[in-house]
Design a protein around this ligand. Structure first.
Ligand SMILES: *Cc1c(COP(=O)(O)O)cnc(C)c1O
Length: 367
């Protein structure tokens, strides 16, 4: 049996009629950019995140970039984040003109180590971007407390954390802005690129809406230099359909994680993921740690199991961040994670038989 890391076709099969109808509605009314379907999704997503506002943008990277700009981050500023993330977090900081300043991760949950943030704060620091990696929320109370003390903005990278809970409240609702990706493979995925920002700050949402539409809130009146970063009507329509299912899909991801945790707990060579006391994670990825990770991944792949690596190399060791001058040894927890993490298949449509198969193969290969 072949079991992929994720299976978008299996999900499509469960919502095909609804989604095709929603897409054809957009084509019929020709409101392809923003428009009623996008607006309906924004309202629904804000309700879901328990924030006052949401705005759709072109993708998750833009969500971060526009949110940074909207709160006034730019040239000469420093923004603190974790190096153990997808490269987009660092890119967004760089392309608003700021400098990414990395802080190592907490080995328990792969999110920024709050005890190491303050030592990196300088008189140029303006913001912190916690990344809720794999769908596990960072320690937001501690981060917000540091931010208040040093007058910093907090922009959450919630691209992998739709619906994740921190002390019972949704990821993305804590900072000045919460940024989401709706890339097809994310827990809430469009049928193309899409992203969004949630916030309780009316000014931030107005800024992002305007920045994403050529600096204009009234046609052909441009009071700032902006970008083109808007949510497509078709993507809005697809996402709207999926909003009906996100809670049940999340529940299933958590069940699968629990199944794996239980089934693998006696395998001494496998470190299963933990949830910090404050967290209810949404397992965008189910990530274990093992020695000889590359060899184990290869053997699992050969056995038909879609094991994958997120992410093999922390940002500070990527060639594009050489200019920061931080070599090997700078962030040991991230570097160790990069060598040991392995993501097992986790998607809501997995059957019991598939789970049994994955666990059997993992145990066989790890020994
Ligand atoms: C996916 C992702 C992004 C970027 O989102 P895109 O929609 O692909 O631009 C940013 N940060 C993290 C942690 C991500 O996983």
């Amino acid at each position: 049996m072949k079991i992929p890391q994720a299976d978008l076709k299996a999900q499509y099969a469960t919502i095909k009629n609804e989604v095709m109808q929603a897409i054809s509605g957009v084509i019929e009314n020709t409101q392809f950019v923003r428009g009623p379907a996008s607006k309906a999704f924004e309202e629904s997503f804000a309700r879901y995140c328990e924030t006052e506002f949401a705005v759709g943008v072109a993708n998750g990277t833009d969500a971060l970039m526009l949110a940074l700009r909207a709160v006034g981050i730019g040239a000469g500023d420093e923004v603190i984040t974790s190096p153990f993330t997808f490269t987009a977090t660092g890119e967004a900081i760089h392309w608003v003109g700021a400098k990414p300043v990395f802080v190592d991760i907490d080995p328990e949950n792969y999110t920024i180590d709050v005890s190491k943030i303050e030592e990196k704060i300088t008189d140029r620091t303006r913001a912190i971007i916690p990344v809720h990696l794999y769908g596990h929320p960072a320690d937001m109370d501690a981060i917000l407390q540091i931010a208040r003390k040093h007058d910093l903005k907090v922009i959450e990278d919630a691209a992998q954390a739709h619906g994740a809970l921190y002390k019972g409240r949704k990821a993305g609702c804590f900072g000045h802005a919460g940024c989401f990706s709706f890339y097809p493979g994310k827990n809430l995925g469009a049928y193309g690129d899409a992203g969004g920002v949630v916030t309780n700050d009316a000014k931030v949402i107005e800024n992002i809406r305007k920045l994403g539409d050529h600096g204009s809130s009234k046609k052909y009146e441009n009071d700032m230099l902006g970008f083109n970063s808007r949510l497509d009507g078709i993507q809005g329509a697809v996402l709207n359909v999926k909003m009906k299912y996100i809670a049940q899909w999340t529940k299933r991801r958590r069940e699968i994680a629990q199944y794996y945790n239980e089934a693998l707990k006696d395998a001494a060579a496998i470190e299963t993921p933990k949830e910090s006391s404050w967290a209810e994670a949404v397992y965008h990825l189910y990530v274990i740690q093992v020695d000889n990770r590359d060899e184990i991944k290869q053997k699992l792949n050969e056995a038909g199991i879609g094991a994958a690596i997120h992410y093999p190399r922390p940002l500070h060791l990527q060639a594009c961040y050489d200019f920061l001058g931080q070599g090997k040894g700078s962030f040991p927890v991230s570097e160790r994670a990069g060598e040991r993490v392995l993501s097992l298949p986790n998607y809501p449509e997995m059957t019991e038989g598939m789970l049994v198969e994955v666990v059997g193969k993992v145990k066989e290969v790890v020994g």
